[in-house]
Write a protein that binds this ligand. Structure first.
Ligand code: 7TS
Length: 406
């Protein structure tokens, strides 16, 4: 079956609008993706017909809301190929998932003189929580370097893994460079030394098929809003045995099994990590987003985006003075670039006037910018609804930038 991108576009009502009098060309999917009508309808239906708190009511609405929320958890479990719904913890997003692991597993297992290993292309959300932990514990953060194409140096990684290594946390797909990291191999290398690994899948889940059991990662996090779902909902996957042994993080309702002033016992998995009323609509909306993505087929989306990435790479390379940042052999749909003599923010502003939405700045990866000796990049990032014509609109708009600054 061929991928009918025009059909896909019809599912996204926001794409019908014009911006500054021009058709919207949305190329900021790494920041957040747009929502299909089915996800929007699910949220409206939930609030119109079902809204109630979950896991507590005997009344019909509460039972329905609980059922839908738990159905969504099962969809996530199947989507990631996790062994059980006990391994799927709903959180606010990738950021909260990483903080949860750092503050529970990390605090328990990382001590003075120990080391936590990350890569040089981590998003700030996979740097700062580990830095905070290391500071608190007197431990050391070690960083695997990358080459000029934006690829991890595996032999350097190997050298960093040692008896002091207590944890490894790696980004699957870089948001700034597009690099797809060989996380399967890197997990195997860590496991040979008995070190657990967290994979930050914020940018991989929307663009590649992810199988947490095939990867054998110990933890995996992603955000719903980059997967065509709502904001404020995300997932922490953890292997059951690890989650079970971990202390809870936040205390409150729903995460307990019984409370007295003397002693509290905790709820079973995954509820032990879900204190307080969660983002119920968000969870249900994420379930609808997963249905949507499954309907298109993750492999079909990946193939479409890959074709666009290759086209975009060719077309952008023809733009005078343009330098692509992130030229790894294995890449997902991210085109980061700088233009000689033009600040990325000026590129962003002129592109916006042409209706082209991209992101400019450091993309929450300041160390990557330092590594490449640049203050910022302009970044076009692809989604399931982008087209070749939109890449052409981007290059045309870049010609306008050249006119203004030429
Ligand atoms: N990890 C990676 C690789 C990311 O790209 C992001 C967000 C996060 C973690 C954090 O996700 P959150 O949903 O918890 O905020 N990346 C971007 C971006 O590239 N532009 O805006 C947000």
């Amino acid at each position: 079956m061929t991928y009918d991108v025009q059909r896909v576009r019809e599912d996204f009502p926001i794409l019908r609008q014009t911006v500054h009098g021009r058709p919207l060309v949305y190329l900021d999917n790494a920041a957040t993706a747009q929502k299909p009508q089915s996800v929007i309808d699910t949220l409206v239906r939930y609030y119109t017909e079902e809204n109630a708190n979950i896991h507590r009511g005997v009344h019909l609405l509460s039972q329905r809301a609980t059922q839908e929320y738990e159905d969504a958890r099962a969809k996530v479990q199947r989507f990631l190929n996790a062994a059980s719904t006990e391994e799927i913890v709903f959180v606010r997003g990738a950021t909260e998932g990483i903080n949860l692991v750092a503050q529970t597993y990390g605090r328990r297992h990382v001590g003075p003189g120990d080391e936590v290993v990350i890569s040089a292309m981590e998003h700030h959300s996979n740097i700062v929580p580990w830095q905070m932990l290391c500071e608190e514990k007197g431990a050391r953060l070690r960083v695997v370097p990358i080459n000029d194409d934006g690829e991890i140096l595996l032999d350097e990684y190997e050298k960093l893994l040692g008896p002091k290594t207590k944890f490894v946390s790696l980004v699957h797909v870089s948001n700034a460079l597009g690099t797809i990291n060989p996380v399967g191999e890197m997990i195997e290398m860590a496991h040979r030394r008995g070190v657990p690994v967290l994979v930050d899948g914020a940018q991989s889940v929307p663009h590649l098929g992810v199988d947490v059991r095939a990867l054998d990662c110990d933890f995996f996090v992603f955000s719903g809003h980059k997967l065509y779902g709502p904001t404020g909902i995300g997932v922490l996957y953890g292997k059951r045995a690890l989650l079970k042994a971990m202390p809870p993080w936040q205390g409150g309702g729903d995460m307990i099994s019984s409370v007295t002033f003397e002693k509290t016992t905790y709820n079973t998995l995954p509820y032990k990590f879900e204190a307080g009323t969660p983002n119920i609509a968000g969870g249900i909306g994420l379930g609808a987003a997963i249905d949507y993505v499954n309907g298109l087929g993750v492999d079909a989306i990946a193939a479409h985006e890959h074709e666009l990435l290759e086209y975009g790479t060719r077309e952008l390379s023809k733009v005078p003075g343009l330098r692509l940042i992130g030229t790894a052999r294995h890449k997902a749909g991210v085109l980061s670039f700088v233009l000689e003599g033009v600040h990325p923010h000026d590129i962003g502003t002129i592109l916006d006037e042409e209706g082209v939405a991209i992101r400019t700045g450091h993309h929450c990866v300041q160390p990557v910018m330092q590594r490449f000796g640049i203050p910022a990049t302009a970044r076009a990032s692809l989604g399931c609804y982008n087209t070749r014509e939109e890449i052409d609109a981007l290059t045309r708009a870049l010609d306008r930038v050249a006119e203004v600054f030429g």
